[in-house]
Design a protein around this ligand. Sequence first.
Ligand code: NAI
Length: 331
Amino acid sequence: MKIAFFSNKPYDRKFFDLANKDFGHEITYFESKLRRETLKLAEGYECACVFVNDQVDASVLIALAAQGTRLVALRCAGFNNVDIHSAKELGISVVRVPAYSPYAVAEHTVGLMLALNRKVYWANSRVKEGNFSLDGLLGFDMRGRTVGLVGTGKIGECVARILNGFGCNIIAHDKFKNPACEALGVKYVERDELFAQSDIITLHCPLFKETRHLIGMDAIAKMKKGVMIINTSRGALIDARAAIEGLKSEKIGYLGIDVYEEEEELFFEDKTFEIRTDDVFARLTTFPNVVITGHQAYFTEEAVSAIAKTTLENISAYEKGEELANAVDPD
Ligand code: NAI
């Protein structure tokens, strides 16, 4: 199938070209993100292959449909950037990669916790400057701390397994209880109770209308003073302005994020020599107790090769008229 591949990076091409040897699709790689301004690139392509920050709203879908695109293949798990209702109305199928390596994201999540707790980023630069003082580097034992998981799906469960090994007391909030988490001893509680009891809160639920700004002023007010908040899920789960207020008042003691509300125009690009215009993001970078990574939690060899394989399998299944196991359906 002819595939218009948006938001391409050299590493994407490497993994997709390798996986495509088994599929033989005709892939054209575009560096541009999919936007109203760039959608003409997809003219004549039956499939548009997109990533987390491509814009696949109703107006883009209408134009894509008019140009002949029948399939939107997401090469990620989250689908909050696609208007799935409009896609259905237009007869465009949407597929995604529901799981590729929950371990990759879970391990990065715990990496952020440890980096913040033991201030690894500060310690490393100090030592390289010849400063071996321990002042300000005091951490805490993870063992015995209460960690609250919001969302215990595939990634939340992996985080629970790792933290269980650390000896943490794990509580969780989810609409559905995960028996594997319950078997580990995870205790399910209401959301407010999780906010009140947790030393560390980590977010592993999808971004929906009802989860947008799940962590805002009200939620932060309910938390323990000095709480650590980790978000490797989707940026808009946290109201970044509220987080800044929480950090200023020292209610939030640590913040680790791999995703950011307005990451679309920032992440995945080298902006070294550009003037920073996002004041909220700029403010976040000034706190000594904030660690930010640029949406790299998924970025391991295993995950990227699994993403390439499943995306191309999804496209082949559509081409052959098979049932789409990884379809995103509004119903
Ligand atoms: P999943 O679908 O296996 O689990 C999500 C869980 O969240 C489910 O158990 C669901 O019931 C629960 N949930 C839904 N609404 C909730 C609510 N209001 N409160 C509490 N729980 C709720 O998804 P998975 O694979 O664990 O991924 C979680 C999220 O991680 C994805 O939605 C995606 O946004 C993000 N992600 C981030 C990556 C990164 O590189 N930073 C890579 C992959 C995923």
